[in-house]
Design a protein around this ligand. Sequence first.
Ligand code: T3D
Length: 254
Amino acid sequence: MTIVSQLEEGVLTLTLNRPDALNAITTELLVELSGELEKAQDPAVRVVMLTGTGRAFSVGQDLKEFQGGNVSFQSHLGHYNKVIKQLQHLEKPVLAAINGAAAGAGFSLTLACDLRLIADNAFLTPAFSRIGLVPDSGMSYFLPRIVGWNKAFDLMAFSPRISAEEAFEMGLADRIFPAADFQYDVSLFAVDLAHGPTLALGLTKQLLRRSASASLDDLLDYEAELQEIAGQSEDHAEGLQAFLEKRTPQFRGQ
Ligand code: T3D
């Protein structure tokens, strides 16, 4: 089993599980991850959290998988691209809990998530240029949108090790937690998020995705369309009622 899946308190934790290979990504792992993300559409899942077993999050493509073989990158990348689209299109928050090194496509996976939580001893590195490849699995889409065009090129060209603190300063990480309590801290964070209005948060993801390419006029229309849906939700009714009764709302993601 290259992915360990656990659902608890509305949080589906998907753990990349090849610790002996620093969770290097194989075709088998991508197929399993894609299958688990398909199942994550279950309404019982309010938040998805992606993490890794052992000392790494993931060192990217397993460079030993195709040794000596004649592999078509274009066709193999289909497996990666499917997972990146699933992470983005899933209508619920997806967290990357970066417990250790995230390199190459391992880094790309974290970029496709909605929030990145990072252990204080973890690091990110693009890695592609070190082996004469171009960035893939969405890195060329996400990275310049987060850090700007020239900074993205700088990182892609030199592939430095980006510490947790540097990642936070650049907007590549959203929270830093001490390594010693990392699993506990990220679980608390994820459960807290899973108690939120996750239907509205899923719709918010759609708005942000559309905002990457839409005009203001289009986006205003789309906001109104999605607000119509959120406005009919049980969560909105509960939020209003809780406001009037001066209590904490009990959202159910419906
Ligand atoms: O195929 C396609 O479709 C194209 C897709 C490409 C997507 C990609 O992800 S390309 C980028 C692939 N990843 C890399 O190039 C990263 C390579 N690894 C590293 O640069 C370093 O290992 C790290 C900076 C990530 C971590 O460094 P460190 O010092 O903590 O560990 P290490 O000593 O370098 O590695 C430990 C072991 O893991 C070592 O094996 P050994 O010598 O103990 O038997 C090393 O070979 C192995 N390892 C590390 N990365 C990979 C790997 N084995 C297979 N694939 C890896 N990506």
